[in-house]
Ligand binder design. Structure first.
Ligand code: AMP
Ligand code: MN
Ligand code: MN
Length: 334
C-alpha cells in the first residue's frame, strides 16, 4: 500500500521539527545503485535549499562510487561511513528494503530521535519511525520528489538530475512495467528544469571501459540455458568471479548491469547472475520477464527486492547457488 495521508504528514512534520542547524544523516543501501544515490543526493540538495546546514549523506561498506554516478550533483555532501555523524538529530533512509542493507549504520537509525524511511520495495521489512514505503513507485526518487514537493522545495536542475538518474536506472531506461503515465509526467517535470537526458543516459548506461566490455564478453560466453527450469519457463544463468575482475582490472560495479544482457535471452523467463563478493560468497541477481515472482526466492534466502527483480547473498560455488535457485523456483511454482 502507498503511504497514507497521515504518513506523509508525519514525514513533513519530522523534517519541519528539525532545526536548520541540526545534524541530518541520510543513508542509502550498501553497494549503492542509481536510485539509492540519486534519491538520497537529490533529497539532500532539497534539504540544503530548506536551509539545513549540517547534512551528511553516506552508505555502509566500501566507499567507492561507481563511475557512472561520479558526476552526480550533491556528491560534496557524501562522506564515508567512518566519517558519518555518530548521533544525528535526524536520520533519513533511501531505497533500503531491510535493515541488513544498512550494515554498520543500522544503529544510527535505531538511536535517532527522528527517522524517516523512503522506499519502494514491496519486501520492505518495516523499520524507522516514519515510513514512506510505496511499492507502486517506480523508484525511491518518486517518493523523495513527493516529499520535497510537500515540503515546498521546487525542483531545480541539480535536484532533477539526481532524481532523473534514479528514475532512469530503476525503470531500466523507462522500459519496465512500472513505467507509468505518472513516471513519464515526473520525467517531463525533471527534464523541464533544463537537464540533458541524452548526456545523462550516455554517462550512466552507454559508457564503459574497454576491459569491462571484454569481461562482459567472457561472462556472457559462459552462460548456461536451462530450458526445463522454472517449470519449463526456462532459466539462463552465468557467474563472474573476483579473479575475472582482477584479470580485466575492473571494479565490482561493472557487474551491476551485467544481468541486463543475460535477461534478454528469449528462451528463459528467469535470469540469474552470480557475482563473487568473497570466498564462497556471492551476490545473486534474479530477474523474471513476468511469469515468476523472483522476490519470493530472494526473500527465502534472506534477501529481497521486487517481483521481477530481486537479489540475495548465496554461499558455496556458483553451481550450488544456482541449484538452490532452481529448487526454490520448482517449490514456488508447485
Ligand atoms: P540487483 O540484482 O542487485 O540489481 O537487485 C535487484 C533488486 O533486489 C533491488 O531492488 C535490490 O534492492 C534488491 N536486492 C538485491 N540484493 C538484495 C539483498 N541482499 N537483500 C535485499 N534486497 C536485495
Ligand atoms: Mn537500489
Ligand atoms: Mn530502487
Amino acid at each position: 500500500m502507498s503511504p497514507s495521508a497521515e504518513q506523509w504528514a508525519a514525514a513533513v512534520a519530522a523534517v519541519r521539527s528539525a532545526g536548520a542547524g541540526d545534524e541530518v544523516l541520510l543513508i542509502c543501501h550498501v553497494n549503492p545503485d542509481g536510485d539509492a544515490l540519486g534519491s538520497m543526493l537529490g533529497f539532500a540538495l532539497g534539504l540544503r535549499r530548506l536551509g539545513f546546514t549540517r547534512i551528511q549523506a553516506t552508505f555502509p561498506g566500501q566507499f567507492s562510487i561507481p563511475d557512472p554516478y561520479a558526476a552526480l550533483p550533491g556528491l560534496d555532501l557524501l562522506v564515508p561511513e567512518t566519517d558519518a555523524c555518530g548521533d544525528p538529530d535526524m536520520v533519513m533512509v533511501f531505497d533500503v528494503a531491510s535493515e541488513s542493507r544498512l550494515g554498520g549504520l543500522a544503529g544510527r537509525l535505531a538511536a535517532a530521535p527522528r527517522s524517516v524511511v523512503l522506499d519502494h520495495h514491496a519486501s520492505n521489512t518495516g523499520f524507522g519511525q516514519v515510513r514512506l514505503v510505496d511499492p507502486l513507485a517506480a523508484a525511491t526518487s518518486v517518493v523523495a520528489e513527493q516529499l520535497l514537493s510537500r515540503l515546498g522545495v521546487p525542483l531545480d536542475a541539480e535536484i532533477a538530475e539526481c532524481f532523473y538518474v534514479a528514475l532512469a536506472t530503476d525503470t531500466g531506461s523507462f522500459k519496465f512495467d512500472m513505467t507509468t503515465v505518472a513516471v513519464h509526467e515526473l520525467a517531463a517535470r525533471l527534464i523541464a528544469t533544463g537537464i540533458r537526458p541524452g548526456e545523462i543516459s550516455r554517462r550512466i548506461f552507454d559508457s564503459k571501459p574497454f576491459g569491462a566490455m571484454k569481461l562482459t564478453g567472457e561472462v556472457l560466453g559462459r552462460a548456461v540455458l536451462d530450458p526445463a527450469a522454472a517449470g519449463g519457463l526456462g532459466m539462463v544463468w552465468t557467474y563472474a568471479t573476483l579473479s575475472d575482475l582482477e584479470r580485466y582490472s575492473q571494479p565490482p560495479y561493472v557487474l551491476d548491469t551485467l544481468i541486463d544482457p543475460v535477461r534478454s535471452v528469449a528462451e528463459a523467463d528467469v535470469s540469474v547472475l552470480v557475482k563473487q563478493v568473497g570466498t564462497r560468497e556471492w551476490s545473486v541477481s534474479l530477474r523474471s520477464k513476468g511469469a515468476v515472482d523472483v522476490s519470493g526466492v530472494a526473500i527465502s534466502q534472506g534477501g529481497g527486492g521486487h517481483r521481477l527483480a530481486a537479489g540475495f547473498t548465496g554461499y558455496g560455488e556458483p553451481d550450488d547457488v544456482v541449484a538452490t535457485v532452481r529448487h526454490l523456483l520448482d517449490d514456488f511454482l508447485n
